[in-house]
Design a binder for this molecule. Structure first.
Ligand SMILES: [Zn+2]
Length: 65
């Protein structure tokens, strides 16, 4: 009787590839702004400066008569 050697347990080590992310230490490119950018944020600026324009306040302050 010959012993059958079973080949079991083929080791398949799956190495997860690191997904491309942005650096975690990015801040807004606006000099005065130190808002940290999310590593999923592909922009160079924070959400406030990326595509954000400050609406101009028109008119005089109310109450001044
Ligand atoms: Zn900013």
């Amino acid at each position: 009787m010959t012993g059958n050697v079973r080949l079991t347990g083929t080791k398949v080590v799956a190495v997860p590839k690191p997904s491309r992310r942005h650096s975690q230490d990015r801040v807004c490119t606006v000099p005065e702004c130190e808002t940290k950018l999310s590593m999923y944020n592909s922009r160079d600026k924070c959400w406030r400066h990326a595509d954000f324009t400050i609406p101009r306040l028109r008119g005089k302050p109310q109450g001044a008569t």
